[in-house]
Design a protein around this ligand. Structure first.
Ligand code: SF4
Length: 388
């Protein structure tokens, strides 16, 4: 048998991967690859132990067609304003073949969410050949011409060598936003975290995406440098982003579940984790050093201590840093109550502490679980693991 011959496998049905960015909560998820081709980042638990593979394009097309058939059927059962009754939904469910259930669920969730966006999975979809991506995008647009946004995760390392012309064609075919896990702009931090990319490649890839007319969303990971590299992490990350000027900068705080490689270093004392106080100082230093760019900053991840840090640069910079100053200026006895309140979902912003009812609830939680100003950091670590 010819060893180079491509193995053609039969279609195993509609597939979805495990994650998507928080901003893609209402998107249809279309799986083009399985898992992560790199899979070595020391902080990342998502695909560890799972092998990477690329799905056949005709299988992806079959997934899209399955969703399309269900969407068509749902449109027929809905009224003029695309509203579908519970009775019609139950009737539709009863008519579904068992092998079609996953595609139907994807279709109905998407249908009731307004069918505005699609997210291409899994961790690094741009690794497939540009012409294959264009074929998938073209088919998506043909089936769902009303879709406003098609987005994907991609690694800078994968984007950097793509020809400008190919990336432009991918953008023209419909991919209008790419999410990159920048995590840090510091080469020291990137190396320590085994991100497999340098600051320079991050910058090149970011500029390339912007040059192709595709929106860029860069994820930054506060805390990734630990105590030792906290300052350089903040400064170098700001410097990299100042050179890229992405449309979005999104914060996603480091957490260290037992399942990630970094946990071993943490346990052995080789990695000293920043507590919330240091993390707030790091984020402040980072935002203060963002300069000459027009990015929108979002803090839309459940792991983040400050959900309310949001705004467009340069206009909202002062407002964002003021939130951090307010927290840092608090007495420790009050700071720890905010930390706990935020982590258990009672507070979403600092001003929630003025609400006596919410404050009493937080104090009760502290009494019940035994959280004190002295043990708050380790208790917070445990709470955060629940959200990973
Ligand atoms: S590239 Fe992304 S998905 Fe892959 S291991 Fe790193 S963080 Fe995880």
């Amino acid at each position: 048998m010819n060893a180079n011959k491509k193995v053609v496998k039969s279609y195993q049905g509609f597939e979805q991967g495990p994650i998507r960015p928080p901003s893609e909560a209402y998107s249809l998820l279309i799986r083009v690859t399985r898992n992560c081709p790199w899979n070595r980042c020391t902080f990342c638990p998502v695909y560890k132990g799972s092998r990477f593979s690329i799905r056949q394009v005709d299988h992806v097309i079959q997934d899209i067609d399955s969703v399309y058939r269900h969407v068509e059927a749902l449109q027929q059962k809905s009224d003029e304003s695309d509203h579908i009754s519970q009775t019609e939904i139950k009737k539709a469910v009863s008519e579904i073949q068992p092998g079609e259930m996953q595609a139907f669920h994807a279709a109905i969730n998407w249908f009731v969410s307004g069918m505005k966006s699609v997210f291409i999975q899994d961790a690094n979809s741009l690794i497939i050949k540009p012409y294959e991506m264009i074929k998938i995008l073209t088919h998506l647009k043909r089936r769902f011409p009303w879709v406003e946004r098609i987005t994907s995760y991609a690694r800078s390392h994968t984007i950097a060598p793509i020809k400008d012309k190919d990336l432009k064609e991918i953008g023209d075919a419909g991919l209008n936003r790419i999410h990159i896990g920048l995590e840090s702009g510091s080469d020291q931090v990137l190396k320590m975290a085994k991100k497999g990319v340098s600051k320079e490649t991050h910058i090149n890839a970011g500029l390339k995406v912007r040059g192709a007319g595709i929106e860029l969303s860069e994820y930054v990971m506060p805390g990734l440098g630990g105590k030792k590299l906290s300052e350089i992490h903040a400064l170098e990350t700001a410097d990299a982003l100042n050179q890229i000027n992405p449309e979005f900068i999104r914060l996603r705080t480091l957490a260290i579940p037992n399942s990630v490689p970094l946990f071993e270093d943490y346990e052995a004392g080789r990695f000293e984790k920043c507590n919330d106080l240091l993390m707030a100082k790091e984020i402040l230093l980072f935002i203060e050093n963002l300069d000459g760019i027009t990015s929108v900053i979002k803090s839309d991840h459940i792991l983040n201590l400050f959900e309310e840090i949001e705004g467009k640069l340069p206009h909202d910079k002062e407002h964002m840093t003021e939130i951090l100053h307010r927290f840092l200026d608090m007495k420790h006895e009050r700071q720890y109550l905010y930390q706990v309140g935020r982590r258990v979902g009672i507070f979403s912003r600092l001003s929630d502490m003025e609400n006596p009812y919410r404050m009493a609830k937080v104090e009760k939680v502290c009494r019940q679980i035994g959280i004190t100003p002295e043990n708050v950091d380790e208790m917070i670590d445990e709470l955060m693991k629940r959200f990973i």
